[in-house]
Design a protein around this ligand. Structure first.
Ligand code: ADE
Length: 312
């Protein structure tokens, strides 16, 4: 996957050299480039902000540097025709924005894309993108965005090119997003119902959640299936050695070696935890996914399973 990040604080992204994200970069699974928005300014002060029209506190990011940054990282020649009125990508691109043909099986952009993401060799004479070159998906972190979820992480992990625009202050002039939306998919995304100083931390979070879903990044891909949020449930608590620690014992069932009982216990714990901690997730559970034993476990924990068809 190719990722470009534009920010006035490129130093924020040094942690992406570490740990499994760092390894994904070293392996080439993640091809990340961080760009300083100020390199697209043209005045001596390298100005990126100004006062808001209509008044009010704070500053707004000016459109010009953003426009030039997006033009450089998602060149117009690669996104011919703009989006159709129904908001779908131009002809030949699937609605999810993935290129239908020619995308390498590992999801990487085809050869010929320059590492800095600027115009690749091999543009067709008519200026159209070569087959298989996916449009970038522009992501703009904002407290006013769509909530970031594990489902969105999976969706983003299926993209071949993400472009993040990190706003600061009171945000980016809306026309930058409106103009970008005429030629690429734009999603404003929120980490949660609180306000950060800017989008940088949100990008770190989103990139970590997405990178661990890329093929080959996690040693044991099975763990993706069991973790919290994988099936609309929180995960059961986990334990390791020693069996007793400061007077607290690992539950006997986990030491029993009885895989059936262990799986049942974990499911019961996951259900009870979800009902207790996340009533919103509990209410959204598909009733048909809860069998009689699930319902009995919830009953014992003092919760009423959502009504509906009971799975066998
Ligand atoms: N920028 C400021 N606050 C944010 C939030 N909650 N999520 C994403 N980006 C933000």
């Amino acid at each position: 996957m190719r990722v470009d990040v534009v920010s006035i604080f490129p130093e924020y992204f040094t942690p992406l050299d570490l740990s499994l994200v760092g390894r994904a970069r070293a392996n080439g699974v993640l091809r990340l480039a961080v760009h300083d928005l100020r390199s697209w300014t043209h005045d001596v002060h390298r100005t990126v902000d100004d006062t808001p029209y209509g008044g009010g506190p704070g500053m707004v990011m000016r459109p010009e540097p953003w426009g030039d940054a997006l033009d450089a990282l998602a060149p117009a020649e690669l996104t011919p025709g703009g989006l159709s009125p129904d908001g779908l990508a131009p002809d030949g691109l699937a609605p999810d924005g993935l290129a239908p043909d020619g995308l390498a099986p590992d999801g990487l952009a085809p050869d010929g894309l320059a590492p800095d993401g600027l115009a690749p060799d091999g543009l067709a004479p008519d200026g159209l993108a070569p087959d298989g070159l996916a449009l970038p998906r522009l992501l703009v972190p904002s407290p006013a965005g769509e909530p970031f979820t594990q489902a969105m992480a999976h969706e983003l992990a299926g993209e071949s090119h993400l472009l993040f625009a990190c706003g600061r202050y009171e945000g980016i002039d809306q026309r930058v997003l409106d103009h970008a939306a005429t030629r690429m998919r734009v999603t404003e995304v929120s980490l949660g119902d609180y306000v950060l100083f800017g989008g940088e931390v949100a990008v770190l979070v989103i990139l970590e959640a997405v990178t661990r879903l890329l093929p080959g990044v996690l040693g044991n891909a099975g763990s993706l299936d069991e973790e919290s949020h994988a099936h609309g449930l929180l995960e059961a608590p986990m334990y390791t050695k020693p069996a007793a620690w400061r007077g607290h014992e690992v539950p006997e069932v986990l030491r029993s070696g009885d895989h059936g009982r262990i799986a049942r216990w974990r499911r019961d714990e996951a259900l009870a935890r979800t009902a207790t901690r996340r009533p919103d997730m509990f209410a959204a559970l598909d009733p048909a996914s809860l069998d009689k034993r699930d319902r009995a476990a919830l009953d014992r924990a003092g919760f009423q399973a959502p009504p509906g068809h009971v799975a066998k």
